[in-house]
Design a protein. Structure first.
Length: 230
């Protein structure tokens, strides 16, 4: 039985975080100055300028401001982007801008899918190759659009979520991923290749690559370990 080699979409094939930042800046940060500009107020003024200034100050204090709080060093986006609640973050990602985020993100590199398809041609008779991705709701069809847009040749795509993550591991022997949780929670008997990003620097892994092209350097080792012995 061939070993199953999987490539994670987020961070390895798709620059989801970079696109998220762009959408956040365009649709939230850049609208801070014009938000509520058309609102009218039915207030009786005494003509006292101090009273008017006080009302304007209250209005400004109550206005929520969207800001990028820090560089993205983890996948807890609430730590790095200001939202009024987790529900608002969810709505932003999976209701309002789902296709823009998951369908129209750029690839991590200019040659990502050229390299991936080369890997497919080279390893398809030695490994069972598949794509895996942590998706929910409408991000699934958006991700399929993303893969089709870039001409991905791998036939198998497996979606999972936090609830079904264990089932994903049952379908994978070797995983190339940037997800720090998947790297640190690797089940016994599985192999993880860490794709280095800003948000997984603190997670240690025995096998690491910084570009998908670097994967070619690991082919000999992986082939020796997982083909000759099985």
């Amino acid at each position: 039985m061939m070993k199953r080699l999987a490539f994670d979409v987020n961070g390895v094939l798709r620059d989801t975080i970079g696109k998220f930042k762009q959408l956040y800046e365009t649709h939230l940060v850049d609208t801070n100055d014009v938000d509520q500009i058309d609102k009218t107020y039915d207030i009786e003024f005494s003509g006292d300028t101090n009273e008017l200034a006080k009302i304007e100050e209250i209005h400004l204090d109550n206005k929520f401001t969207y800001v990028i709080k820090s560089d993205v060093t983890s996948l807890n986006l609430m730590d790095h982007f200001r939202f009024q609640s987790k529900d608002e973050l969810y709505s932003f990602m999976y209701e309002e801008y789902t296709m823009e985020l998951f369908g129209h993100s750029p690839s991590t590199e200019m040659t990502t899918f050229n390299t991936l398809n080369d890997i497919y041609y080279e390893l398809r008779e030695k490994f069972d190759l598949l794509i895996v991705s942590d998706e929910i709701g409408k991000s699934k069809p958006a991700t399929l659009f993303f893969l089709a847009k870039f001409g991905c040749l791998l036939e198998k795509v497996l979606f999972f979520s936090e609830v079904t993550k264990e089932n994903m591991w049952n379908e994978v022997d070797i995983l190339v991923t940037a997800n720090p949780d998947l790297i640190s929670e690797k089940p016994e008997g599985k192999t993880v290749i860490k794709f280095n990003t800003e948000y997984n620097k603190e997670v240690q892994c025995g096998l690491e690559i910084s570009t998908l092209s670097d994967f070619n350097l690991l082919l000999k080792k992986i082939t020796e370990d997982y083909v000759q012995n099985f």
